[in-house]
Design a protein around this ligand. Structure first.
Ligand code: 59X
Length: 490
């Protein structure tokens, strides 16, 4: 990068949100390629000034314009920017004239520079550790922040082929002539030896959710800006957000959305949906549409192998008491996870499904069986069907995995939930064991359930089950049920 442009310097000193928006607009619309270091430093500085203990108190007690910010001086930003340039260029040979492609050694070296300059030990999961501002002022980064810093460092060194690759819980880089080389550059999870410098999962980890079956989000420079904006963290504390930071994040995500840079980034669309649910913008599409767009993005570009778009949507339905719809979203999420083998790197999505199964669904059942719900879901066969599809997906997730998923703690809420549906409701739902030729089977209750054939990586295919739970034994009791033994025994 050639340094901070005059057109961008002219926006300083930055005193309000619209100046920050303008800076991003300048960078996204006319910069040859957006300067990741500049934007991450500015976004981090704004976030830090409004959320970190030191002056947060000041903000809360002083009535301020909703869009006013603590003044951001050019010299502050320039000092941090040149510090980053110096760190990178003193350790690694710059790529004069953008001539050559990065090598694995180069990428590893940049990762080492970042890695070795971090504080020895600190709480890695703390908030506000994602930006270059945090790196340059506190020598602290979270796991995403390290990956982002490596990509920003490679950009500063003139390697335009190095890009950020994102799964739903990990980040790494792609590089080389065809952008097909991959390298770990950061750590993942707790107590796991980092694999920095190595190619991305070829072994068992390839079948884990962590690597999304080799369907990660491969970022352009503009999508890397979307990633840094998504990573903005407005939280002041466990219960409050700094509204200016949330507002800034929402405005920046709409800017990126309007420029088309969220099309292939389901989680960023979901983040925008969450912000819109809290503070809907005049004249903008509803958050429910955004959650649908995130799902169709994942279906279109990532072979429907991402879980979070469905849990974004399910969470929205749950918060808005749309329980029938929530069951469908969660069953769809489960249809994704059943493809994978559960591995110890998949704790995050395990916790997600655990919370749905053992907290959210039991809460819904409690509310719905309190007797005051006229239009109760307990009378709806499609709700029962979606619940079974949800549980069966988790069962299938476990099948063929080295690590078990289910334990007794799952069974109690599961039995409790299923037993809330009367026999005559359950009987209206039928299971078809086996794989109907047409791939879609019409159901007695008029519903359609895709019989997706799940080719697990290991080559065996299980037909998915289906929607059925007759009060008698399984319809065709010669058939081998697709149910997990624990459900079978109910
Ligand atoms: C439905 C939910 C529980 C709500 N928030 C969710 N997330 C919050 C935002 N997240 C994200 N948002 C944008 N980009 C990324 S890249 C990444 C992997 C580490 F680099 C995570 C993530 C992770 C998922 S999923």
């Amino acid at each position: 990068m050639a340094g901070i442009r005059e057109i961008d310097k002219a926006l300083f000193p930055i005193k309000n949100i619209s100046s920050v928006i303008q800076l991003f607009k300048n960078q996204l619309e006319d910069a040859c390629e957006p300067d990741l270091a500049l934007l991450s430093i500015v976004a981090g500085a704004v976030e830090n000034s409004l959320t970190c203990r030191s002056n947060a108190g000041l903000q809360v007690c002083e009535p301020v314009e909703p869009t006013s910010l603590p003044v951001l001086e050019l010299h502050t930003i320039e000092a941090l920017y040149s510090k980053f340039q110096t760190i990178m260029k003193s350790a690694v040979e710059p790529n004069k004239g953008f001539k050559s492609y990065a090598t694995r050694e180069l990428v590893k070296k940049v990762s080492d520079v970042v890695w070795n300059s971090l504080t020895r030990s600190y709480y890695k999961d703390r908030a506000h550790l994602q930006s270059l501002y945090s790196y340059l002022t506190g020598s602290k980064l979270d796991c995403f922040g390290v990956a982002f810093a490596v990509v920003a460092g490679c950009q500063a060194l003139g390697y335009s082929d190095v890009h950020l690759a994102l799964s739903e819980d990990h980040a790494w880089v792609v590089f080389g002539e065809r952008g097909t080389e991959t390298a770990e550059v950061t750590w993942h999870g707790k107590g796991n030896e980092d694999k920095r410098g190595q190619e991305i999962g070829k072994g068992v980890s390839a079948r884990s959710w962590l690597y999304v079956n080799n369907k990660p989000v491969i970022c352009t420079r503009h999508m890397e800006v979307a990633a840094l904006v998504s990573a903005i963290n407005p939280s002041l504390n466990a219960t409050h957000d700094a509204f200016e930071v949330a507002l800034l994040q929402q405005e920046l995500l709409w800017l990126l959305y309007d420029l088309g840079h969220l099309k292939k980034y389901p989680m960023a669309i979901g983040n925008l949906g969450d912000l819109e649910e809290i503070a809907p913008k005049e004249g903008r599409i509803a958050c429910s549409i955004l959650f649908e767009e995130a799902i169709s993005s994942a279906r279109t570009y990532y072979n429907n192998q991402h879980v979070y778009p469905y849990t974004y949507q399910g969470g929205y339905f749950y918060r808005n008491k749309m329980y029938k719809e929530a069951f469908e979203s969660w069953a769809n999420a489960s249809d994704v996870i059943r493809l994978y083998n559960y591995s110890r790197d998949d704790e995050e999505i395990y916790k997600e499904f655990l919370e749905i199964a053992n907290e959210l669904i039991p809460h819904i059942m409690k509310v719905e069986s309190s007797g005051f719900s006229a239009n109760t879901i307990l009378k709806k066969p499609e709700c029962f069907a979606n619940l079974l599809r949800f549980y069966d997906g988790i069962c299938q997730w476990e099948e063929g995995s080295a690590t078990p998923v289910l334990h007794i703690g799952w069974a109690k809420p599961l039995v409790n939930t299923i037993s809330k549906f009367d026999a005559e409701v359950r009987a209206q739902v039928d299971i078809v064991c086996g794989r109907p030729e047409d791939g879609v089977s019409k159901r007695a209750n008029g519903g359609y359930f895709n019989n997706n054939n799940y080719e697990k990586e290991n080559g065996t295919s299980d037909t998915d089950l289906l929607s059925s739970f007759s009060s008698k034994t399984l319809k065709d009791d010669q058939s081998t049920s697709n149910f997990h033994p624990s459900i079978e025994a109910l």
